[in-house]
Design a protein around this ligand. Structure first.
Ligand code: IMP
Length: 194
């Protein structure tokens, strides 16, 4: 049985990732390993933040651990909010405020294309760190729709879908095409070669 810690305090991310892991893996939360601290996230790239979180937990708790960092990159906003997606509308990090600001910034925009990009960093107890990326293209809708998912999901409709936003999909549907599921697929492919 391979035990892997997922270095995140975001319950939504844990719920998404748990069904992606095949038999033989046990996913440990930060609470499971006795980590109740805020993880540092002070880098200016997704990869930098993912590595920082995973390596922080590896260093202090000595476990194999992975972390993800995700950004929403909007073409008409030159790739913003990107790595600053969580704090887009301010340090309170509220999804509703972030979404409201995004819709305001895009009011009247002809090009509403965007993509989610995730970098997963795996920090091994032996000291090595590996990165895996995943992305999904789509567009920002005019209004929020759906009650599922989290963050920007109510205003993101993936290009590979049927027009519904991620928040209108089940978790399994989102996992079939999402940025995070794709990055985790890279992680699992890497682990399966060992
Ligand atoms: P972080 O990866 O937790 O730093 O997330 C950055 C920002 O993007 C936060 O505001 C999250 O709510 C949002 N976010 C991360 N992943 C997703 C997702 O899968 N769907 C929608 N929003 C997300």
């Amino acid at each position: 049985m391979t035990k892997l810690c997922f270095a995140s305090n975001n319950e939504h991310k844990l719920d998404e990732i748990r069904p992606l892991l095949p038999a033989g893996f046990t996913l440990l939360s930060l609470a499971d390993i006795g980590c109740h601290e805020e993880l540092p996230e002070t880098q200016d790239t997704l990869a930098g933040n993912a590595r920082q979180k995973a390596e922080y937990v590896r260093q202090r708790y000595g476990v194999d651990c992975f972390a993800d960092d995700t950004g929403l990159e909007v073409t008409a906003l030159n790739g913003e909010p990107g790595v600053y997606s969580a704090r887009y509308a301010g340090p309170q990090r509220l999804a509703a405020d972030n979404v409201a600001k995004l819709l305001q910034e895009l009011a009247g925009a002809a090009d509403r294309s965007a993509r989610f990009r995730t970098v997963v960093a795996l920090a091994r107890a032996d000291g090595a760190t590996h990165e895996f990326a995943g992305e999904v293209a789509g567009h920002i809708t005019e209004d929020g729709r759906g009650a599922g998912g989290f963050g920007y999901d109510p205003v993101f409709a993936p290009a590979e879908g049927d027009g519904r936003t991620f928040a209108e999909m089940s978790g399994a549907e989102k996992n079939r095409i999402s940025h995070r599921a794709r990055a985790v697929a890279g992680l699992l492919a890497f682990l399966s070669t060992e």
